[in-house]
Design a protein around this ligand. Structure first.
Ligand code: PQQ
Length: 246
């Protein structure tokens, strides 16, 4: 960004997409291994168990955002996200579908739901996301969701890679991701329009870009923690999930 000059909405759009293309967690080595079928079932279980903490944090950060705004349109849009994750009835919605995924991987569902076996860094990263949305500007809170611009391609890659490469994974197990393929682009397009409308000055545009970078860091830190504990060097912290010996 040239000194003191603001981006046009299209330039801001490009800057956000460039950042995501460089920093999104699709580039993390753990994802390469996951998608290429190079992990053991125990390592895939560790991914699903830890990732549940992220799923559980998402509706909390969405509720925090709703609580902060006086704009009925923003609330109306955002409450759909809550319903997507929590459903309208028990057993419905993204959290329940993630638990189905965990069950399909033969994890103890109650243990997953308790989050007690998650890695320390997973918990810190997820909580940092909730705090960020609760405490930073509304624009930054919305901008931090923009990683979802990049999730459809990683999800397609993940579903086809995991189905092709693991005999313990079925389409039913991965059903969580089907809904995300329509929900994520709808949500991300709306959020991107909001950011382009509301970030008009160099300061607010920089804040929006930094918010997306922060969120890429949240996702990256979660995979770093998984890699360190379960791939190399393989130091599982005391009290965290221990895969059964293969
Ligand atoms: N990100 C949000 C958000 O920030 O509001 C909500 C979700 C994501 C989801 O519900 C997801 O399922 C999801 N999945 C992935 C993935 O599978 O790689 C990534 C992201 C993301 O980029 O934040 C989300």
């Amino acid at each position: 960004q040239a000194e003191g000059r603001s981006y046009s909405p299209d330039e801001l759009d490009n800057a956000l997409r460039r950042l995501g293309e460089q920093r999104y967690h699709v580039h993390h080595p753990f994802h390469r291994l996951l998608h290429a079928g190079e992990l053991t079932k125990g390592q895939v279980q560790a991914w699903a168990l830890n990732r549940y903490c992220y799923q559980a944090a998402i509706p909390r950060k969405d509720a925090a955002l709703i609580a902060r705004t006086d704009d009925p349109e923003l609330r109306r849009e955002w409450r759909r996200r809550l319903v997507d994750h929590d459903g309208d009835a028990p057993g419905d919605g993204g959290l329940a579908r993630w638990l189905k995924l965990a069950e399909g991987l033969d994890l103890d569902v109650a243990a997953v739901r308790s989050q007690e076996l998650a890695l320390p860094a997973t918990r810190f990263a997820c909580e940092a996301y909730v705090r960020f949305v609760a405490e930073r500007s509304l624009l930054e809170a919305v901008a931090s969701s923009l990683t979802e611009l990049f999730s459809p391609s990683i999800i397609s890659q993940r579903v086809s890679g995991m189905l092709a490469n693991y005999d313990f994974v079925s389409e039913a197990t991965l059903a969580y991701f089907n809904a995300r393929l329509t929900q994520a682009p709808r949500d991300a397009d709306w959020a991107l329009d909001y950011v382009k409308q509301h970030a008009r000055t160099p300061e607010t545009q920089t804040a929006a870009i930094r918010a997306l970078k922060f969120k890429c860091d949240v996702l990256w830190a979660m995979l770093d923690a998984l890699h360190h504990a379960y791939v190399a060097p393989g130091h599982v912290p005391p009290g965290a999930f221990e895969p059964e010996a293969a």
